[in-house]
Write a protein that binds this ligand. Structure first.
Ligand code: ATP
Length: 394
């Protein structure tokens, strides 16, 4: 009897233990679940805190006074910079130590506090603006000898742009103003840029090129500032040649109704006309513009005192093509039996730039065929290829 009750007791203790373990397991599971839930809510708390901070920042920025935008003109010691606003006044203002001094250079844009004009932010100069929209070469290395077949154009450009730079006294003596600007027109790749560079070379002038279409497309809103800056840059160091390529991008005939973008283009043109009218031509700044579309140009540009001389730069004649081929094959290793007369004949309609491509491609054919010299057939294959690619484009 005693034994039986002992067994029963053990049995009931064991079943209690089992039950206990079960409850414990269940509780542990619940704890793990709750821990998971806590982790989740911690994460979402954190996210919400971030969002609140962001919204608070936004509210703060909404409450802030608007900032003034200006352009740095000069950097001085003692945390001071010269700036110019859109209205035209220049100010000497300070900037705090927190501003990255390296970014402060003439031309950089800055944001100023409205009350005390302190610089609160600086925007770096767009890196590619100088590369694409403006190119400045102190003295280009292109000479008249590098230009094939534009004899008449060279004589004209020397008389109208070079003579006033080199001998302003002649114009003074005779009592006439030297021409201000000339317009070169003709198909692409015919040597308009080469001509402008050669003038700059021969007059030891700084060459400033701006591509009008670039700053209309990429720097909308900045066009007139660019024009102003280009003329300032030219005045800074004379003699200078300002070359405005694709002038039709800002100088097309004005239509009646205009969109915002068109109005901006017109503002840029107005600025250009104002600069042309405003500067007294002493002959030390030559302005050369180029276009493929003279027919769409605004008459205002072609008035006396502006681009009143126009020179056509057409595709080369057979003699021109012969000269251009000679220039571009000068450094090439050529076979003796190359019939350049024939090559000049069959390349009718090609521009100077196309002829340069013909020479380069002929060289590539020689390389592909493991030859050390370029032969006549390479030229013929190359002409075929270039002509076909031109046909493909048109
Ligand atoms: P675009 O209207 O497209 O701006 P462009 O008339 O200004 O063209 P260039 O930039 O002067 O043409 O010419 C492009 C290249 O073609 C030159 O760098 C040169 O290698 C070659 N080239 C064009 N014309 C001539 C030429 N008359 N003599 C020698 N090379 C030429």
């Amino acid at each position: 009897m005693e034994n039986a009750s002992k067994e029963e007791l053990i049995e009931s203790i064991e079943s209690l233990k089992e039950e206990n373990d079960k409850v414990k397991d269940e509780l542990m599971q619940k704890v793990r679940h709750l821990e998971g839930e806590q982790l989740k809510s911690n994460v979402s708390n954190h996210q919400l805190e971030g969002k609140i901070k962001e919204l608070k920042g936004e509210i703060k920025s909404f409450k802030k006074n608007p900032l003034i935008l200006a352009t740095v003109t000069e950097v001085f010691d003692d945390n001071q910079v010269g700036i110019k606003g859109n209205v035209g006044h220049e100010f000497l203002v300070t900037y705090p130590g927190s501003i990255n001094k390296d970014l402060l250079e003439p031309g950089a844009r800055v944001a100023l506090n409205q009350n005390n004009l302190t610089v609160v932010n600086v925007f770096p100069k767009k890196k590619d603006e100088n590369i694409t929209a403006m190119e400045v070469i102190d003295r280009p290395d292109i000479t008249y000898d590098d230009i094939g077949g534009l004899k008449y154009q060279i004589v004209e450009i020397r008389e109208t742009v070079e003579l006033p730079i080199l001998h302003p006294e002649i114009f003074k003596e005779i009592g006439i103003d030297p021409p201000k600007g000339i317009l070169l027109y003709g198909p692409p790749g015919t040597g308009k840029t080469l001509l402008a560079k050669a003038v700059a070379n021969n007059t030891n002038a700084r060459f400033i090129k701006l591509v009008a279409s670039e700053f209309v497309n990429k720097y909308l809103g900045e066009g007139s500032r660019y024009v102003r800056e280009v003329f300032e840059l030219a005045r800074e160091k004379t003699p200078a040649i300002i070359f405005i390529d694709e002038i039709d991008a800002i100088g097309t005939k004005r239509m009646g109704d205009t969109s915002g973008a068109d109005r901006e283009v017109q503002r840029t043109l107005m600025q250009l006309l104002a600069e042309l009218d405003g500067f007294e031509s002493r002959g030390d700044i030559g302005i050369i513009a180029a276009t493929n579309r003279p027919d769409i140009l605004d008459d205002a540009l072609l008035r006396p005192g502006r681009f009143d001389r126009t020179i056509e730069v057409p595709n080369p004649s057979i003699e021109g093509r012969r000269q251009i081929l000679k220039i571009h094959t000068e450094k090439m290793k050529l076979d003796d039996n190359i019939d350049f007369e024939k090559i000049s004949e069959v390349t009718e309609g090609l521009s100077g730039a196309d002829l340069k491509a013909v020479c380069t491609e002929a060289g590539m054919f020689a390389i592909r065929n493991n030859r050390r010299k370029v032969i006549y057939k390479d030229f013929m294959d190359s002409i075929d290829k270039i002509m076909n690619s031109i046909k493909g484009i048109n």
